[in-house]
Write a protein of this length. Sequence first.
Length: 77
Amino acid sequence: MGASPLQEQVEKELHQYFSILNGQKPCALHDLVMGQVEEALFRVVLDYCDGNQSKTAEYLGINRGTLRKKLAQYNIS
């Protein structure tokens, strides 16, 4: 089974990131990638749900408390 379009895009962006590093050692790469992806995920899904936090939490499969914590963490209103 092949990679999904989302996975392919992430791989493309990571290859580009390593190219930009030009041989330098990356630092805390997991935290960097997860933070970038997670923040974008919350922004896009919240927008898709027209700001409805209950629906956003449901779509993400998390509870509203966790959603609010993450929105505050990423300063998303």
